[in-house]
Design a protein. Structure first.
Length: 248
């Protein structure tokens, strides 16, 4: 198993001979298209070469392994996430733009979720995004380890929400049915168990919870959670005694 730090970004450029027929940008974009369609399990150098109408040799000119290709693809789609510059907007709005952009990207490219944490995310797009995020949170008043904790808290909310939403969406698509049809097929079981779990049954009945659409539920849940996180961080910032430090 490769060392975690053995990254395509830290490795010296490989010596090459001859003239490649494809650019690295073409290879990465084609890989993303394949990943979007079939996920990480559907990506191979052979299949990618066939998609590009080229042999694997042309791919190896730029990319040594599938793992390297995944690192390149992750950084490429991370470039879709916009982080406002300091001074362009209040910090809460800036963080909301970042969080919503990251969620949108993960739902557009759900295969990224499974790649997070497996290799270093230190490509140029990620580092640019991180640099702006640090600047945004620093300007808000977060410093040192606290800033790291805040960033982790926000990204954990985004990744957790996107993971569940992507999984549910994939399950619905695989079923060949609509969310309403799937929900209806479960109703006999839910009605049968209502007496055993009365509080849960009551909650499902109230305010039209049973009839809510998944997309609406996920959107509202994400916004509610993000707003409550930002509320808490706002209170923490404004309520700290002046002498409080990050280590306290």
């Amino acid at each position: 198993m490769a060392d975690f730090t053995d990254s395509v970004w830290t490795r010296p450029a490989r010596a090459r001979t001859g003239q490649p027929t494809l650019s690295r940008e073409q290879i990465v974009r084609a890989a993303i298209e394949l990943l979007d369609a079939e996920g990480a399990a559907g990506l191979s150098m052979r299949r990618l070469g066939a998609r590009l109408g080229s042999g694997a040799t042309s791919l190896y000119w730029h990319v040594a392994t599938k793992d390297d290709l995944l690192e390149l693809a992750v950084d490429e789609v991370m470039g879709e996430v916009y982080v406002p510059e300091v001074g362009d907007t209040p910090w809460r709005i800036g963080v909301s733009v970042l969080a919503n952009g990251l969620r949108t990207m993960l739902l557009r490219h759900p295969w990224v979720i499974g790649q997070l944490g497996t290799r270093p995310t230190i490509g140029p797009n990620v580092l640019r995004m991180s640099n702006r995020s640090v600047a945004l949170l620093s300007a808000a008043g977060f410093t040192g380890p606290t800033l790291s904790h805040v960033h982790s808290l926000i990204t954990a909310h985004v990744i957790g929400a996107a993971t569940t939403e992507a999984a549910v969406g994939a399950a619905i698509r695989r079923s060949g049915k609509s969310a309403a049809e799937l929900r209806k097929s479960l109703e006999p079981f839910m009605e049968k168990t209502a007496e055993q779990y009365p509080e849960y049954a009551r909650w499902r009945e109230e305010d039209g919870v049973i009839d809510m659409q998944p997309d609406r539920v996920f959107d509202e849940s994400f916004v509610f959670g993000l707003d409550r996180i930002l509320d808490g961080l706002d209170l923490w910032l404004t309520g700290r005694p002046p002498a409080t430090t990050d280590g306290d």
